[in-house]
Design a protein around this ligand. Structure first.
Ligand code: BGC
Length: 727
């Protein structure tokens, strides 16, 4: 039957309870029959009271649940089943923040594609990803799940991830419906505190936070999830101007809007709804189609309809969108189509190889004095620190179906990479061991550090693995002190001092879900490599980079602060009427730290040495519709091959609304062997130079615009030219 008539006849045949079932999603182990969500969902599915599930995995369980819907329920409507497949399903890739630092849309898309293949083989049809939230605040734990600080990067990454998850045909057995989340401006929660209220200007909303969602929708995202948060007092779950007017109206988004976990019920806590009836009515009225875990639609909408707060047409419109998505996913015709595709071992091997190379390339080399890295293969390696033998932590805070045993620890990676060598290991301290008043505990801690230091003496090279545990970032993991936890700095001090005393090469490898505030560690460590959370091939990837078999190619997608007090810190700031001037007291600066970050956006060393020269703008005047080619010569003056990233920024020095000091407009990659030369070309379109005028409409103004090209957002490292815009 053609999709539309099938859906029309279903809607005509549905009872209200069945309609609300299609608008409800719960975890598979829960039922929605009582006032409290508990128990198992079998009966609810049979009765049509539940049409969508989350958090279940595996072809067999999915098949069983789906059978209840398509064989035992009255209308035989298939279930939509989703899971958070954020950066891999069973085979995990590097966390999104790490991947963002690759500035490589092809890799972004490829890892999402592989994740979708695995997830769909497990029976799933939807992933609650990509997360499109720009974060300029490392205190916020969810920074790890997103693209970093830059809106242009967020947009490019959102589009690539949607393409990867969904593939070219949503009905294909290996496609997942993507959910662009969390709509919108979740990143600037007050003081970096999870779930806290957000208050950003209309301009910042439109310039910084909305573009990635527009990009996800343009790429065809099947669904959007509103954020838990409120924006200036209006929770996103009930935000009519943004959900209905902007997303549905202006962008023409006709896919599904799915609430976040329990978010409709939480409208009561926000203080905008008196009860579930009102909460449900507010969300439906704003355009939210599926209620995830709140059970507010089932409990609240019948009375909301009676009270006239919402209409049956609104309920039907939401049901129609949900059924259309199920239709687009091919679920009506092939309800078990995604279950149980058995993959060839070669496919799995290829996926792990992708995880290994993405994990290795995404490492971020912050510092490499005296070219400590890569290490010449040691005969005895001291592999120290609490993250050295921690396979489960390598997953980061979201792991879908990725089990710890499927992860290569750093220790295992080095043992495999150095079969003839001795790899000595001591954790030294636990990840979060804190100083205590207790003499016995202190004695044990001191002994742990001493044991690690003793191994330095026996080894001819040292790798010290420090950082956060996986659960220290992600949801509900804000940190007021985003520093090296516990006693790890002390461990680093003692280990690195001993290594220096003995002239042993020593490198620190940092695992973390956010930039950490680590000026002391940066002073101490000659070589500092950030691995973030690399995923299933972590140990192999780290060994590949440390031993020079793969070069680090990560560039930080977010600024690293010197001090917590600098947060929020990002490259796109404005100049101020009193820009920093060391000779003038009354200028924009701190008394105690410089304004600059410890490492700027885009910073990342390689094993090569890039020199850029000869910036050329192929044209001097840019008219509406024109594209200008910007090119720059690149040479690798180092002794090893490198994958380099080159950024294109602009700055409009005189505009109706003051523009940020740097605006990212493009990036490109170039791989250069030692001594090799090349040319990097970056297109700049006139439309890229338009900005939102005082009325928030795009304007292209005539005038001179600076064009800046270089390796990171540090102005002193950028080559500058200019172009005349003739609007
Ligand atoms: C998170 C979402 C996630 C959902 C379902 C929520 O707590 O905010 O990002 O998709 O749970 O697991």
């Amino acid at each position: 039957m053609p999709a539309v008539s099938r859906i029309d006849s279903l809607i005509a045949a549905m009872t209200l309870a069945e309609k609300l079932g299609q608008l409800t999603m719960t975890a598979s182990s829960f039922t929605v029959t009582g006032p409290v969500i508990a128990g198992d969902s079998t009966e609810s599915i049979r009765s049509g009271a539940l049409g969508n599930l989350l958090n279940m995995v595996g072809p067999e369980p999915v098949r069983q649940m789906q059978r209840l819907a398509v064989e035992d329920s009255r209308l035989k409507i298939p279930l939509l089943i989703g899971l958070d497949i954020i950066h891999g399903h069973r085979s995990l890739f590097p966390v999104p923040l790490a991947e963002a630092g690759l500035f490589d849309p092809a890799t972004w898309e490829a890892t999402a594609r592989e994740a979708a293949i695995e997830g769909a083989a497990d029976g799933l049809a939807m992933t609650f990803a990509p997360m499109c939230d720009v974060s300029r605040d490392p205190r916020w734990g969810r920074t790890v799940e997103g693209p970093g600080e830059d809106s242009y990067v967020a947009s490019r990454m959102a589009a690539a991830k949607v393409r990867g998850f969904q593939g070219t045909d949503l009905a294909a057995p290996d496609a997942l419906a993507a959910v662009a989340k969390h709509f919108v401006a979740y990143g600037p929660v007050t003081a970096g505190r999870e779930y806290a209220s957000v208050d950003v200007s209309e301009r910042t909303l439109h310039e910084v936070h909305l573009p990635a969602f527009a990009a996800a929708v343009a790429a065809g995202a099947a669904a959007v999830m509103p954020a838990f948060t409120d924006l200036a007092g209006v929770p996103l779950t009930a935000h009519v101007p943004l959900l209905r007017d902007w997303l549905r109206g202006r962008l023409g988004f006709d896919g599904v809007i799915i609430s976040d976990y329990n978010a409709i019920r939480e409208l009561i806590n926000h203080g905008v709804a008196a009860d579930l009836v009102q909460a449900a009515a507010l969300a439906l009225d704003a355009g939210v189609d599926i209620d995830m875990m709140g059970d507010a639609y089932r409990q609240g909408l019948p009375e909301a309809l009676q009270r006239g707060l919402v209409s049956m047409d609104q309920v039907d419109a939401a049901v129609r969108r949900v059924l259309l998505l199920k239709e687009r996913l091919g679920l009506f015709d092939h309800p078990y189509g995604r279950c149980g595709t058995v993959e060839a071992p070669e496919a799995l091997a290829r996926r792990r190889q992708l995880a290994r190379s993405a994990g290795a390339r995404a490492t971020l080399l912050l510092r490499n004095e005296h070219e400590v890295l890569p290490l010449a293969a040691p005969r005895r390696l001291a592999l120290l620190g609490p993250l050295a033998d921690a396979p489960g932590e390598m997953r980061g805070p979201w792991w879908a179906a990725g089990v710890a045993e499927n992860h290569v620890s750093v220790l295992a990676g080095f043992r495999a990479a150095l079969p003839g060598a001795q790899v000595l290991h001591a954790a030294g301290v636990g990840i979060e061991d804190a100083a205590t008043e207790d003499a016995a505990t202190e004695g044990t801690a001191a002994a742990g550090i001493a044991a690690a230091v003793a191994l330095v003496e026996q080894a001819d090279a040292v790798v010290l693995c420090l950082g956060e545990g996986a659960a220290m970032s992600g949801e509900a993991a804000s940190r007021a002190h985003p520093v090296l936890p516990g006693r790890q700095l002390q461990l680093a001090q003692e280990v690195l001092a001993r290594a220096r005393g003995l002239e042993r090469p020593a490198a620190v490898v940092l695992f973390c879900g956010r930039p950490l505030v680590i000026p002391e560690l940066v002073e101490l460590a000659d070589a500092l490599l950030v691995a973030w959370f690399p995923g299933c091939e972590a140990g192999n990837a780290v060994a590949d980079v440390v031993l020079g078999r793969v070069g680090p190619a990560g560039r930080t997608p977010i600024s690293w602060p010197r001090a917590v007090g600098q947060i929020p810190i990002f490259h796109g700031q404005r100049n101020s009427g009193r820009p920093e001037n060391p000779r003038d007291h009354f200028t924009s600066k701190y008394l105690d730290v410089p304004n600059t970050p410890l490492f700027p956006f885009g910073h990342g060393l390689t094993y090569g040495r890039l020199r850029l020269s000869n910036l050329r703008l192929h044209g001097t005047v840019l008219r509406p519709g024109d594209t200008l080619e910007v090119s720059v010569d690149a040479v690798n003056e180092g002794g090893r091959a490198a994958e380099e990233t080159v950024f294109l920024f602009t700055h409009d020095p005189v505009a109706g609304v003051a523009r940020p000091l740097l605006e990212l407009k493009g990036f490109a990659k170039i791989s250069l062997a030692a001594g090799q030369r090349g040319t990097v070309r970056l297109p700049l379109r006139a439309a890229d130079l338009a900005y939102l005028g005082p009325d928030l409409r795009p304007v292209l103004e005539s005038g001179t615009v600076e064009v800046l090209v270089g390796p990171c957002a540090d102005r002193s490292q950028l080559l500058a030219g200019s172009v005349e815009v003739a609007a």
